[in-house]
Design a protein around this ligand. Structure first.
Ligand code: F6P
Length: 528
């Protein structure tokens, strides 16, 4: 089915009218004063997550119009096409099936629900997914029980680094003792050298994580790691190196025979559920990893089946469109009030900006409206003592997405008094953004009416983290579908890679022929 792009729908024009009439002047404080049921109307449960959307600049009319927009853009059909295995990544002619990586072999809920119209029979693919998953989890258990291996070094970048690193940190409470996990991504040799410094080859396992097995940073680091290993007497590559890749042939020619594969229908930034999740599986074990997949699968089922009005990824994605295209807000700040989630903002940056940072639609036509916001942030409470000044009193309005966790990490990390202070602060920040303070004048005044969303987990567990990540994947799908962009390619990263290949030999030779004045001048300076 041909979908309508958002700006060509009647709902788009209606939303503009609604914004001009009431949206621009919407006041949260008045909305709460008018409507005692606002919290209930604009909050909801989703698998493992409670979401309060009531402190956003929306009323029921806004929500109705946004849902009409979703309908007119064919959101549900596009979602169903993804779940049916259609090649919705049109610029690369690929299906988009990261959801399959977390789907049980027999999904209970599907027996009771009407099947999505089949584009492809995914059963053989699902069998391959599970065969690889079982092999990878068996390997993870082997590594966990191998006392001789103390350090695991994941070498990868982008989706082959951010997801596993974020998740390993987030679930540290569930990690096995006796294994240190390290993540090396930067081509700056300082990073790899710093990690390798104290390690011993005989006690180290390298995981070379790269979907393509061609990425410059990862290949350079992998070669250096192998040289380090061999120079220090390491011999058993099969035992000390494993590759996580769709390009098993390239891993084999590199000399790695222990490989775990995945498929081209998994985008790099959506690959944490595949073999790329091996560091997490080693940390939390096979059962923990299965729980992580199950949490994500529960969110998939919610996204697939909940009515749009009570569908959390849909509501969040539509809110993103409302802020970006009608309020004209250029960024969203993410504030996980959890030290364990400290890499959450970095992870979301790739997920959202690499997916939806596009200026043409799926057919290559330039877009006459804005797409991906800038996503940025730090864990709370740290951000409060850095940039929250700007969030409260700056000239730009920045919606904030808080993540809070009701229960603290288990003892001994649950230090007396800390968690209540953390929770008091997250509540207070959301309250302060909304309420403001106008009784004082000048420098002391806070305008208030600044929106925020509050995502609440009962506890940070493999299952709830899985659900939280899948929620974000699907909300990015929703805004991308409304904008009519292909959320699953990333051509924008290619040009710089090509130019770096041209520049590197010039750094050695000093040849600046054909370069612009600035690049030539800088190159000469860099040569010293
Ligand atoms: O350059 C961007 C990118 O292609 C990301 O999309 C990807 O996650 C990252 O590089 C790493 O790619 P690979 O896993 O193939 O090494």
């Amino acid at each position: 089915m041909k979908r309508l792009r958002c700006d060509q729908t009647p709902a788009w024009a209606a939303l503009q009218g609604h914004f001009d009439a009431r949206g621009r002047a919407f006041d949260l404080r008045q909305a709460f004063a008018r409507d005692a049921g606002r919290f209930d109307d604009f909050s909801q449960d989703a698998p493992h997550i409670f979401a309060d959307l009531s402190k956003n600049l929306i009323d029921t009319d806004t929500q109705t119009l946004l849902l009409a927009l979703a309908q007119q853009c064919g959101l549900a059909q596009h979602r169903d096409a993804m779940f049916a295995g259609a090649p919705i990544n049109r610029t690369e002619q690929r299906a988009v099936m990261h959801f399959l990586l977390r789907k049980p072999l027999v999904a209970q809920e599907e027996q009771a629900q009407p099947a999505i119209e089949k584009v492809a029979d995914l059963t053989p693919e699902l069998a391959r997914v599970h065969a690889t998953l079982e092999a990878m989890l068996a390997y993870a258990e082997l590594v966990r029980s191998d006392a001789a291996i103390t350090d695991i070094v994941n070498i990868g970048i982008g989706g082959s680094d951010l997801g596993p690193q974020m998740a390993v940190l987030a679930l540290a409470e569930f990690a096995t003792a006796g294994k240190r996990l390290h993540f090396v991504s930067n081509i700056d040799g300082d990073e790899l050298a710093g990690v390798l410094g104290p390690l011993q080859p005989g006690k180290t396992l390298f995981l070379i994580a790269s979907k393509t097995f061609t990425t410059l940073e990862t290949m350079t680091n992998a070669h250096s790691a192998k040289r380090w290993f061999e120079a220090r007497g390491g011999v058993d590559i099969a035992r000390h190196f494993a590759a996580l890749t769709t390009n098993v042939a390239a891993a084999n020619s590199f000399g790695i025979t222990t490989t775990f594969g995945f498929w081209d229908w998994v985008g790099g930034r959506y690959s944490l559920w595949s073999a790329i999740g091996l560091p997490l599986a080693i940390a939390i074990g096979a059962d923990g990893f299965r729980a992580f997949l199950a949490g994500a699968h529960a969110m998939d089922a919610h996204f697939r089946t909940a009515e749009l009005a009570r569908n959390l990824p849909v509501r969040l994605g539509l809110l993103d469109v409302w802020y970006r295209n009608f309020h004209g807000l250029a960024s969203r700040s993410v504030a996980p009030y959890s030290s364990a989630l400290r890499r959450w903002p970095a992870y979301l940056q790739q997920l959202e900006m690499e997916s939806n940072g596009k200026r043409v639609d799926e057919d290559g036509r330039p877009l006459p409206f804005e797409t991906s916001p800038v996503v940025w942030g730090e864990p709370g409470t740290n951000g409060q003592h850095a940039y929250f000044q700007m969030l409260h009193q700056g000239t730009s309005v920045v919606p904030v997405e808080f993540v809070a966790v009701r229960q603290a990490a288990r003892s001994p990390n649950d230090l007396p008094g800390h968690h209540a202070k953390l929770l008091a602060n997250v509540l207070a920040q959301a309250q302060a953004l909304m309420r403001g303070k106008e009784d004082a004048g000048g420098h002391q005044a806070f305008p208030g009416n600044r929106p925020s969303t509050f995502l609440l987990l009962d506890k940070l567990t493999p299952a709830s983290l899985g659900a939280l990540i899948a929620l974000q994947e699907h909300r990015v799908f929703v805004s991308g579908a409304i904008w009519g962009v292909n959320s699953f390619d990333q051509w924008g990263v290619e040009l710089g890679k090509v130019l770096a290949r041209d520049i590197e030999p010039r750094l050695h030779s000093g040849d600046v022929a054909g370069l612009d004045g600035s690049t030539a001048g800088l190159l000469q300076r860099l040569r010293g």
